[in-house]
Design a protein around this ligand. Structure first.
Ligand SMILES: [Zn+2]
Length: 412
């Protein structure tokens, strides 16, 4: 049960809870930023001549750190959001800054070699690195499991670029190495992840962390009775068999879901810390995650009907309020409330299924519009609705009817 709805929490994981930083001048609207979201359009930062590169010495709790990074946001009170060479984003309060100096050279993102070295120094002992075409996988479980995960991630990577190209959305290559961390057991994962997840750690089997830009998970072959607890398979071929079992469906879905978030924020589809409605971020991630067990990898294509969420949405339809679409679009409350989040995820999946299949041109334009928003903005509910109407028509009731018709007749 502990991994039944892991995705519910993932995108809201980070440490940006120190609010005073967000009293910024040049960013629209009041900056009651969600406690956790992270930061800025990476691909523009690299080419934007106005980006300030700064070396900052600051106190991070007990530690004194020195970070060279791009200033993504500077607050009136002197607080900054700094993006380091590893892609990590630091929210630094003015009183934490010991000293700083601007640097004239543009920021050089870490190479894979540098990232690997940094990760080995940061992680507990016993980790090894596995390089795939686009990922750096840090693991202390079997190599076979890491390779299996690497294959899955690479398939997603290629499918992601092909999918959005077809939809007319232009993506960019990631600027920072994409890091995935795999722990051998739930216990070792728990020890590490609880620093980032707090008490939610037991409900989450994998996550994308907006601040560090990494995905973290643990070897899942022992869960859900697929193998005796903590047993590991050492051969890839056997692993494929294990993860093709129906019990592994949500497991594979979770990995793809989190990896999708990482890709979305690293390829220009979305901007960390911008006002990304949850129905967009989560609905797309759920749309991507649907496993396909005809594939030996447990996942091969994008956008198969997500049976799990279809079932949840069908249940929800029996008592779906008339203003359901409006509340879904307006703000993220339904996702944050544990009592309503399952239905919110299901509805977000259904809405993305409809938009990506029937209204993909408008949806692509809407996504491009969202990706151009400045970081740290927060739209009020009315603005979100107006923006939606601009792309999908002023008559929400008519839209809702078309959406429901499609889902109830096409999907079954
Ligand atoms: Zn998610």
């Amino acid at each position: 049960m502990f991994y039944q709805h892991p995705q519910r929490f993932d995108s809201i994981i980070g440490k940006f809870s120190r609010v005073s930083l967000w009293t910024l001048v040049w960013v629209i609207s009041c900056l009651q930023v969600r406690a956790t979201v992270a930061a800025c359009q990476d691909e523009t930062a690299s080419t934007d001549k106005n980006v300030v590169v700064r070396e900052v010495k600051f106190r991070d709790g007990e530690q004194l750190r020195q970070v060279l990074g791009e200033v993504l946001v500077e607050a009136v009170d002197g607080g900054i959001l700094l993006q380091g060479t590893d892609g990590r984003q630091w929210a630094i309060q003015p009183e934490e800054i010991e000293n700083s100096r601007d640097v004239s050279e543009p920021l050089k993102p870490m190479t894979n070699d540098e990232m690997e070295k940094a990760m080995l120094a940061e992680l507990p002992g016993g980790f090894s690195a596995l390089r795939t075409d686009h990922y750096l996988i840090m693991y202390n479980t079997t190599k076979a499991y890491s390779q299996w995960t690497g294959n899955l991630l690479e398939r997603l990577y290629k499918a992601h670029f092909a999918f959005w190209k077809k939809k007319g959305v232009e993506l960019v290559e990631p600027r920072f190495p994409l890091v995935a961390i795999i722990f051998d057991t739930k216990e070792s994962y728990r020890e590490y992840a609880s620093k980032e997840l707090g008490d939610s750690v037991d409900a989450i089997i994998g996550y994308y962390h907006l601040q560090s830009n990494r995905i973290t998970m643990f070897d899942l072959t022992g869960v859900e009775g697929l193998l005796p607890n903590n047993a590991k398979v050492s051969r890839n071929v056997l692993l494929n068999e294990v993860l093709r079992q129906p019990g592994a469906e949500r497991t594979v879905a979770t990995i793809v879901h989190e990896a999708f978030h990482q890709l979305a924020y690293n390829t220009g589809l979305q901007v960390r810390l911008a006002d990304n409605p949850f129905w967009v971020s989560e609905g797309m991630a759920v749309y991507f995650e649907s496993p396909d067990f005809s594939s030996s990898q447990g996942w091969s294509t994008i956008g198969k009907v997500n049976q799990y969420n279809l079932r949840e949405f069908s249940n929800y339809l029996r008592q779906r309020p008339a203003d359901s679409l409006v509340t879904l679009l307006s703000d993220d409350q339904r996702f944050r409330n544990p009592a309503t989040s399952t239905a919110a995820y299901a509805e977000a999946w259904a809405l993305n299924y409809y938009l990506l299949r029937r209204r993909s041109k408008e949806y692509a334009e809407y996504l491009t519009f969202l990706a151009a928003k400045p970081p740290l903005g927060q739209s009020d509910p009315k603005v979100r609705i107006e923006e939606f109407k601009k792309y999908f028509g002023a008559d929400l009731q008519k839209f809702d009817q078309q959406f429901l018709n499609y889902i109830t007749t096409q999907v079954r």
